[in-house]
Design a protein around this ligand. Structure first.
Ligand SMILES: NC(=O)C1=CN([C@@H]2O[C@H](COP(=O)(O)OP(=O)(O)OC[C@H]3O[C@@H](n4cnc5c(N)ncnc54)[C@H](OP(=O)(O)O)[C@@H]3O)[C@@H](O)[C@H]2O)C=CC1
Ligand SMILES: Nc1nc(=O)c2c([nH]1)NC[C@@H]1CN(c3ccc(C(=O)N[C@@H](CCC(=O)O)C(=O)O)cc3)C=[N+]21
Length: 299
């Protein structure tokens, strides 16, 4: 790990490459038994950022030796047509993982679509059954972004028990499942959101601070406890000095002078999310075939 200011840089890019290597080894072992894990991604509409992201997922899925399918549907796709596509993928034995890229166009009911995915193929971990299994400490599919954050935290801190964790953001895809995972590792967890009072004071008590807000550089260094581990989930595209750049929800420069360790944006949580998606696809394939699960790739 490199030093910046006083904080260590948590290199999500390198960590993710290691995980993808472990996934590739697991895939190679399955291929020896004639099984090829496969991931289907469904993209509705033509959001340029989503298209880049979906393309990257396809490339990395194939690099790990898995099958990858991209199903692009027009923005005006009906609920019935999307549900029929999900039903087809549920019924296809070559497909072990299904991801419907979010957000969906406004006329579509995302909850209904997600809950139509076969829970065992729900590699995002967004199906209500997987949410319930995670919340009750049972084996489930764990959402990729929080899983990647947990892996980085365990790698840096070892046992997390008793640590004060503050998660800023309460979305179903990041904040809530992140809080569940930290609770599962025996942290004392606080979830903050837009109605939270004295957010600065709350953040200053955090040994672990996870920012998943979607507001560029909202959290400055003086909200951070000296030595804390800071995980910046935010991906915000901003215009600065006449060019577009990606920044997190944490003001990196000031935070890095206070924190013990911090993830950069880009190169932090983002690459871990995709690596965990591949890991979940491998896990789903092993479960579907009644084979032992890969070690070190699940929560
Ligand atoms: N690196 C990765 O792999 C991924 C990155 N992301 C990024 O993470 C960020 C969060 O994503 P997501 O969870 O989907 O976002 P949402 O917009 O769904 O949720 C944002 C959360 O932040 C809270 N919030 C908004 N403003 C404030 C504020 N001023 N103070 C405190 N809390 C606030 C909201 O509170 P309330 O509920 O009260 O409205 C809400 O709970 C985005 O930048 C997104 O791009 C997302 C997924 C994956
Ligand atoms: N069903 C569903 N599942 C998701 O997991 C999901 C989704 N929908 N919709 C959108 C969000 C966002 N998300 C990202 C994943 C990786 C990077 C990533 O790899 N980021 C790179 C930078 C990429 C760039 O340069 O644009 C990085 O941070 O280094 C970013 C964002 C997953 N999401």
């Amino acid at each position: 790990m490199d030093q910046i200011g006083t904080a260590e840089l948590i290199d999500g890019k390198a960590f993710a490459a290691r995980i993808r290597g472990d996934v590739a080894s697991g895939v190679a072992r399955l291929k020896g038994q004639g099984i090829v894990p496969g991931l289907a991604v469904v993209l509705v509409g033509e959001d340029p950022a989503s298209e880049v992201y979906v393309r990257n997922k396809g490339i990395q899925t194939r690099e790990a030796g898995m099958n990858s399918w991209e199903h692009k549907l027009p923005a005006e796709t009906t609920q019935d047509a999307l549900m029929a596509k999900v039903a087809d993928l549920n019924a296809d034995p070559a497909v072990h993982g299904i991801l419907v890229q979010l957000p969906l166009p406004g006329h579509l009911d995302a909850d209904a679509v997600i809950n139509a995915i076969a829970p065992g193929k729900d590699v995002d971990g967004f199906h209500v059954l997987n949410v319930g299994l995670l919340g009750t400490g049972q084996k489930s599919m764990v959402p990729c972004t929080p899983l990647g954050c947990l892996m980085m935290l365990r790698d840096r801190l070892g046992d997390l028990s008793g640590l004060n964790a503050v998660v800023v953001g309460r979305s179903n895809i990041v904040g809530k499942p992140m809080a569940q995972l930290l609770l599962g590792d025996s942290c004392t967890v606080t979830i903050a959101h837009s109605r939270t009072k004295d957010l600065a004071e709350l953040c200053r008590r955090a040994d672990i601070l996870v920012a998943a807000v979607g507001r560029p550089r909202m959290i400055p260094g003086d909200w951070i406890k000296p030595g804390a581990t800071v995980i910046d989930v935010g991906i915000n595209r901003i215009e600065e000095d006449g060019r577009t750049r990606l920044v997190g929800d944490v003001d990196f420069d000031s935070a890095a002078r206070v924190a013990g360790a911090i993830t950069p944006v880009p190169g932090g949580v983002g690459p871990m999310t995709i690596a965990c998606l591949l890991a979940n696809t491998l896990t789903a394939c092993c479960r579907a075939n009644g084979l032992p699960e890969p070690e070190g790739l699940t929560a």
